[in-house]
Design a protein around this ligand. Structure first.
Ligand SMILES: [Zn+2]
Length: 250
Protein backbone atom coordinates (compact mmCIF):
# COMPACT_ATOMS: atom_id res chain seq x y z
CA UNK A 1 0.00 0.00 0.00
CA UNK A 2 1.82 3.06 -1.17
CA UNK A 3 1.10 6.61 -0.10
CA UNK A 4 0.60 7.63 -3.74
CA UNK A 5 -2.22 5.16 -4.32
CA UNK A 6 -3.90 6.21 -1.08
CA UNK A 7 -3.76 9.89 -2.01
CA UNK A 8 -5.05 9.18 -5.52
CA UNK A 9 -8.03 7.33 -4.08
CA UNK A 10 -8.65 10.13 -1.56
CA UNK A 11 -8.87 12.56 -4.47
CA UNK A 12 -11.20 10.30 -6.44
CA UNK A 13 -13.51 10.07 -3.40
CA UNK A 14 -13.46 13.85 -3.02
CA UNK A 15 -14.25 14.37 -6.72
CA UNK A 16 -16.91 11.68 -7.05
CA UNK A 17 -20.60 12.52 -7.11
CA UNK A 18 -21.96 9.00 -6.82
CA UNK A 19 -20.01 6.31 -4.99
CA UNK A 20 -21.17 2.71 -4.84
CA UNK A 21 -19.52 0.29 -2.41
CA UNK A 22 -19.39 -3.49 -2.35
CA UNK A 23 -18.19 -5.09 0.87
CA UNK A 24 -17.46 -8.71 1.66
CA UNK A 25 -16.31 -11.29 4.11
CA UNK A 26 -13.06 -9.58 5.13
CA UNK A 27 -15.23 -7.14 7.10
CA UNK A 28 -17.01 -10.02 8.82
CA UNK A 29 -13.71 -11.75 9.54
CA UNK A 30 -12.34 -8.63 11.22
CA UNK A 31 -15.35 -8.72 13.54
CA UNK A 32 -14.78 -12.42 14.23
CA UNK A 33 -17.74 -13.70 12.18
CA UNK A 34 -17.30 -16.69 9.87
CA UNK A 35 -18.50 -16.58 6.27
CA UNK A 36 -21.94 -18.14 6.54
CA UNK A 37 -22.33 -18.23 2.78
CA UNK A 38 -19.31 -20.58 2.57
CA UNK A 39 -20.42 -23.90 1.04
CA UNK A 40 -18.79 -25.73 3.98
CA UNK A 41 -21.61 -24.49 6.21
CA UNK A 42 -24.40 -25.11 3.74
CA UNK A 43 -25.68 -28.41 2.35
CA UNK A 44 -27.05 -28.74 -1.17
CA UNK A 45 -30.64 -27.55 -1.15
CA UNK A 46 -31.92 -30.91 -2.47
CA UNK A 47 -30.25 -32.82 0.38
CA UNK A 48 -31.53 -30.27 2.90
CA UNK A 49 -35.08 -30.68 1.65
CA UNK A 50 -34.94 -34.47 1.35
CA UNK A 51 -33.24 -35.45 4.60
CA UNK A 52 -34.14 -34.65 8.17
CA UNK A 53 -30.66 -35.85 9.20
CA UNK A 54 -29.03 -33.27 6.92
CA UNK A 55 -31.22 -30.58 8.47
CA UNK A 56 -30.35 -31.73 11.99
CA UNK A 57 -26.62 -31.61 11.17
CA UNK A 58 -27.02 -28.15 9.69
CA UNK A 59 -28.81 -26.78 12.76
CA UNK A 60 -26.28 -28.39 15.09
CA UNK A 61 -23.48 -26.56 13.27
CA UNK A 62 -25.37 -23.24 13.26
CA UNK A 63 -26.02 -23.58 17.00
CA UNK A 64 -22.26 -23.97 17.57
CA UNK A 65 -21.16 -20.99 15.50
CA UNK A 66 -24.07 -18.66 16.22
CA UNK A 67 -22.48 -17.06 19.34
CA UNK A 68 -19.78 -15.53 17.10
CA UNK A 69 -22.55 -13.79 15.15
CA UNK A 70 -24.62 -12.78 18.17
CA UNK A 71 -21.63 -11.24 19.95
CA UNK A 72 -20.04 -9.55 16.92
CA UNK A 73 -19.63 -5.80 16.91
CA UNK A 74 -19.06 -3.46 13.95
CA UNK A 75 -15.35 -2.69 13.44
CA UNK A 76 -13.65 0.54 12.26
CA UNK A 77 -14.29 -0.41 8.61
CA UNK A 78 -18.07 -0.48 9.19
CA UNK A 79 -17.84 2.78 11.12
CA UNK A 80 -15.79 4.54 8.42
CA UNK A 81 -18.40 3.58 5.81
CA UNK A 82 -21.10 5.16 7.99
CA UNK A 83 -18.83 8.23 8.13
CA UNK A 84 -18.60 8.36 4.32
CA UNK A 85 -22.38 8.16 4.11
CA UNK A 86 -22.77 10.97 6.65
CA UNK A 87 -20.64 13.35 4.59
CA UNK A 88 -22.67 12.53 1.47
CA UNK A 89 -19.94 10.43 -0.12
CA UNK A 90 -21.71 7.10 -0.31
CA UNK A 91 -24.71 6.50 -2.50
CA UNK A 92 -25.36 2.84 -1.94
CA UNK A 93 -23.67 -0.07 -0.20
CA UNK A 94 -23.97 -3.67 -1.39
CA UNK A 95 -22.62 -6.40 0.78
CA UNK A 96 -21.81 -10.07 0.52
CA UNK A 97 -21.86 -10.26 4.31
CA UNK A 98 -24.84 -11.84 6.05
CA UNK A 99 -24.12 -10.71 9.61
CA UNK A 100 -26.16 -7.48 9.74
CA UNK A 101 -23.15 -5.49 11.04
CA UNK A 102 -23.55 -2.67 8.50
CA UNK A 103 -27.08 -2.12 9.82
CA UNK A 104 -25.88 -2.34 13.40
CA UNK A 105 -23.20 0.27 12.69
CA UNK A 106 -25.92 2.64 11.48
CA UNK A 107 -25.54 2.45 7.70
CA UNK A 108 -28.82 3.41 6.09
CA UNK A 109 -28.48 2.22 2.47
CA UNK A 110 -27.49 -1.43 2.66
CA UNK A 111 -28.46 -4.09 0.14
CA UNK A 112 -27.53 -7.62 1.23
CA UNK A 113 -26.61 -9.60 -1.90
CA UNK A 114 -26.60 -12.90 -0.01
CA UNK A 115 -29.48 -12.00 2.29
CA UNK A 116 -29.06 -12.46 6.02
CA UNK A 117 -28.33 -15.01 8.73
CA UNK A 118 -30.45 -13.13 11.26
CA UNK A 119 -33.75 -14.54 9.99
CA UNK A 120 -35.09 -17.98 9.28
CA UNK A 121 -37.89 -18.68 6.79
CA UNK A 122 -40.29 -21.61 6.51
CA UNK A 123 -39.85 -22.92 2.96
CA UNK A 124 -43.43 -24.21 3.00
CA UNK A 125 -45.51 -21.20 4.07
CA UNK A 126 -42.96 -18.37 4.03
CA UNK A 127 -43.27 -17.38 7.70
CA UNK A 128 -40.17 -15.60 9.02
CA UNK A 129 -38.63 -16.02 12.47
CA UNK A 130 -35.71 -14.24 14.15
CA UNK A 131 -32.87 -16.76 14.33
CA UNK A 132 -32.58 -16.39 18.15
CA UNK A 133 -36.11 -17.69 18.50
CA UNK A 134 -35.37 -20.73 16.36
CA UNK A 135 -32.17 -21.45 18.28
CA UNK A 136 -34.12 -21.04 21.52
CA UNK A 137 -36.42 -23.85 20.36
CA UNK A 138 -33.40 -26.01 19.56
CA UNK A 139 -32.05 -25.41 23.07
CA UNK A 140 -35.16 -27.15 24.40
CA UNK A 141 -34.06 -30.45 22.89
CA UNK A 142 -35.40 -30.39 19.33
CA UNK A 143 -32.88 -31.19 16.61
CA UNK A 144 -34.84 -29.57 13.77
CA UNK A 145 -37.06 -26.49 14.14
CA UNK A 146 -40.71 -26.64 13.12
CA UNK A 147 -42.90 -23.87 11.76
CA UNK A 148 -45.51 -22.64 14.26
CA UNK A 149 -47.80 -21.68 11.41
CA UNK A 150 -47.91 -24.76 9.16
CA UNK A 151 -45.98 -27.43 11.10
CA UNK A 152 -43.41 -27.82 8.30
CA UNK A 153 -39.85 -28.67 9.34
CA UNK A 154 -37.88 -27.30 6.39
CA UNK A 155 -36.82 -23.92 7.74
CA UNK A 156 -33.66 -22.11 6.63
CA UNK A 157 -32.03 -18.69 6.56
CA UNK A 158 -32.83 -16.92 3.28
CA UNK A 159 -29.20 -17.15 2.11
CA UNK A 160 -28.67 -19.26 -1.03
CA UNK A 161 -27.57 -22.84 -0.43
CA UNK A 162 -25.63 -24.69 -3.15
CA UNK A 163 -28.15 -25.50 -5.88
CA UNK A 164 -30.18 -22.32 -5.29
CA UNK A 165 -29.91 -19.24 -7.51
CA UNK A 166 -28.51 -16.06 -5.96
CA UNK A 167 -31.13 -13.45 -5.02
CA UNK A 168 -32.29 -11.75 -8.25
CA UNK A 169 -33.67 -8.44 -7.06
CA UNK A 170 -30.53 -7.50 -5.14
CA UNK A 171 -28.20 -8.27 -8.04
CA UNK A 172 -30.40 -6.34 -10.48
CA UNK A 173 -30.34 -3.39 -8.11
CA UNK A 174 -26.52 -3.53 -8.02
CA UNK A 175 -26.40 -3.38 -11.82
CA UNK A 176 -28.77 -0.40 -11.86
CA UNK A 177 -26.73 1.50 -9.28
CA UNK A 178 -23.45 0.82 -11.09
CA UNK A 179 -24.88 2.30 -14.29
CA UNK A 180 -25.00 5.67 -12.59
CA UNK A 181 -21.95 5.74 -10.35
CA UNK A 182 -18.60 7.36 -11.00
CA UNK A 183 -16.60 5.51 -8.34
CA UNK A 184 -16.99 1.86 -7.33
CA UNK A 185 -15.15 0.77 -4.17
CA UNK A 186 -14.80 -2.98 -3.68
CA UNK A 187 -13.85 -3.63 -0.07
CA UNK A 188 -12.78 -7.00 1.29
CA UNK A 189 -15.12 -8.71 -1.12
CA UNK A 190 -14.82 -11.90 -3.13
CA UNK A 191 -15.03 -11.48 -6.90
CA UNK A 192 -14.68 -15.20 -7.62
CA UNK A 193 -18.24 -16.03 -8.55
CA UNK A 194 -20.89 -14.68 -10.87
CA UNK A 195 -22.78 -12.40 -10.90
CA UNK A 196 -20.50 -10.30 -8.67
CA UNK A 197 -17.36 -11.08 -10.69
CA UNK A 198 -18.72 -9.09 -13.63
CA UNK A 199 -19.53 -5.95 -11.62
CA UNK A 200 -16.07 -4.29 -11.91
CA UNK A 201 -16.15 -4.68 -15.71
CA UNK A 202 -19.66 -3.28 -15.86
CA UNK A 203 -18.69 -0.25 -13.77
CA UNK A 204 -15.62 0.39 -15.93
CA UNK A 205 -17.61 0.10 -19.14
CA UNK A 206 -19.93 2.78 -17.82
CA UNK A 207 -16.99 5.08 -17.16
CA UNK A 208 -16.65 4.66 -13.40
CA UNK A 209 -13.31 4.31 -11.66
CA UNK A 210 -12.95 1.02 -9.81
CA UNK A 211 -10.87 0.59 -6.65
CA UNK A 212 -10.20 -2.62 -4.72
CA UNK A 213 -9.32 -2.49 -1.02
CA UNK A 214 -8.36 -5.90 0.29
CA UNK A 215 -5.85 -7.92 2.20
CA UNK A 216 -5.76 -10.44 -0.64
CA UNK A 217 -4.80 -10.34 -4.27
CA UNK A 218 -7.48 -11.15 -6.83
CA UNK A 219 -7.67 -11.66 -10.58
CA UNK A 220 -9.50 -8.35 -10.92
CA UNK A 221 -6.47 -6.43 -9.55
CA UNK A 222 -4.95 -6.19 -13.02
CA UNK A 223 -7.78 -4.34 -14.70
CA UNK A 224 -9.16 -2.04 -11.99
CA UNK A 225 -7.90 1.54 -11.62
CA UNK A 226 -6.26 1.13 -8.21
CA UNK A 227 -5.68 -1.54 -5.59
CA UNK A 228 -4.98 -0.81 -1.93
CA UNK A 229 -3.66 -3.89 -0.15
CA UNK A 230 -4.47 -3.76 3.55
CA UNK A 231 -7.02 -4.45 6.24
CA UNK A 232 -10.29 -2.61 5.52
CA UNK A 233 -10.44 -1.67 9.22
CA UNK A 234 -7.17 0.25 8.81
CA UNK A 235 -7.46 1.61 5.26
CA UNK A 236 -11.02 2.97 5.46
CA UNK A 237 -10.62 5.12 8.60
CA UNK A 238 -7.51 6.65 7.01
CA UNK A 239 -9.32 7.42 3.75
CA UNK A 240 -12.27 8.93 5.63
CA UNK A 241 -9.99 11.11 7.72
CA UNK A 242 -8.18 12.42 4.63
CA UNK A 243 -11.40 13.02 2.70
CA UNK A 244 -12.88 14.94 5.65
CA UNK A 245 -9.75 17.11 5.89
CA UNK A 246 -10.27 18.03 2.24
CA UNK A 247 -13.85 19.01 2.91
CA UNK A 248 -12.91 21.19 5.88
CA UNK A 249 -10.22 22.99 3.88
CA UNK A 250 -12.40 23.76 0.86
ZN1 LIG B 1 -44.61 -22.71 7.69
Amino acid sequence: MTKDVLETVVNWIKDANKIVVLTGVELSAESGVPDFSDPKFNPHINDFRASRDVRAQYWKKIKEIYPSLANAQPNPAHEALVGLEMIGKLDCLFTQTTDGLHHRAGQSTVIELHSTMLWVTCTNCGKDYPIDRILGVLEKGKDVPECEECGGDILKPPISFPGQPPPHWEVREAWMMLHNCDLFLIIGASLDTQPVSSLPTLAKERGAKVVIISERESQADDYVDAVIYGKPSQVLPYLLKRVKEGIEVS
